[in-house]
Design a protein around this ligand. Structure first.
Ligand code: COA
Length: 161
C-alpha cells in the first residue's frame, strides 16, 4: 500500500456506474484513502446536477466508511489537488480507445502541476462496455441497466428520464 497517500479519483460521474465503483474498490487496495471528486467543469453538459451526482456517489460509497470521501470541485483538477496537497490521480482504463485521451490528460495535468501524477488501473471485464452515456440511453429506451449501476442510480434514472 502506498502509505500515507490519498488517491483522487476524478470524473463527471453522470451518473456513477459499477465500473467507477470497481475503480474505487481497487484503488482502496493500493491507497489508504480515496477522494472521489465530481467535476463541475469537463466540457460536457451533464444530465444530473453536480449536487445530484455527488449525492448519488455518496450513497454508493458510504459502504467504505471514512476511507472514501466524496467531494465536488470546480475549475482545474490540479488546482483542487494543490489546494489539498494531493498528488495522486487514479483513472480507469477500459479499452485501448481510452488510452490516448487519458495519456493526454495525465500529461497536461503533470505539465500544469509537476507534483501531480496519474496512476491507471485496468477496468474490470464488465466495465469495458459501460459508459455513463450508454447507461442513460439504454435506461431512457427501457432497457435493463440493473447489472451496470447500483439500485439507487437506476432509481434516479427512472425518475429523470
Ligand atoms: N467504468 C465505466 N465507465 C467509465 C469508467 C469505468 N472505470 N471510467 C470512465 N468511464 C466512462 C464515464 O462514465 C464517461 O462516460 P460518458 O463519456 O459516456 O459520460 C467516460 O467514460 C468518461 O469518463 P469520466 O470519468 O466522466 O471522465 P471525463 O472524461 O468525462 O472527465 C475529468 C474527466 C472530470 C477528470 C476532467 O474533465 C477534469 O479533470 N475536469 C476538470 C477540469 C480540468 O482540470 N480540465 C483539464 C484536464 S487535463
Amino acid at each position: 500500500m502506498a502509505s500515507g497517500k490519498t488517491a483522487v479519483f476524478p470524473g463527471v460521474f453522470d451518473p456513477v456506474t459499477n465500473g467507477h465503483l470497481d475503480i474505487v474498490q481497487r484503488a482502496l487496495g493500493l491507497f489508504p484513502r480515496v477522494v472521489v471528486a465530481a467535476a463541475a467543469d469537463s466540457g460536457k453538459t451533464p444530465r444530473f446536477t453536480l449536487d445530484e451526482r455527488s449525492e448519488l456517489l455518496r450513497s454508493c460509497c458510504e459502504k467504505w466508511g471514512e476511507r472514501v470521501e466524496v467531494v465536488s470541485f470546480s475549475g482545474l483538477l490540479v488546482d483542487f489537488m494543490n489546494l489539498h496537497k494531493y498528488t495522486v490521480i487514479v483513472r480507469g482504463l477500459r479499452a485501448v480507445a481510452d488510452y490516448e485521451y487519458e495519456l493526454q490528460m495525465a500529461r497536461m495535468n503533470r505539465y500544469l502541476s509537476p507534483m501531480v501524477d496519474t496512476v491507471f488501473l485496468p477496468a474490470g471485464d464488465n466495465a469495458s462496455c459501460i459508459s455513463s452515456s450508454l447507461i442513460k440511453q439504454v435506461s431512457h429506451l427501457g432497457g435493463d441497466i440493473s447489472q451496470f449501476v447500483p439500485e439507487v442510480v437506476a432509481e434516479a434514472l427512472r425518475k429523470t428520464p
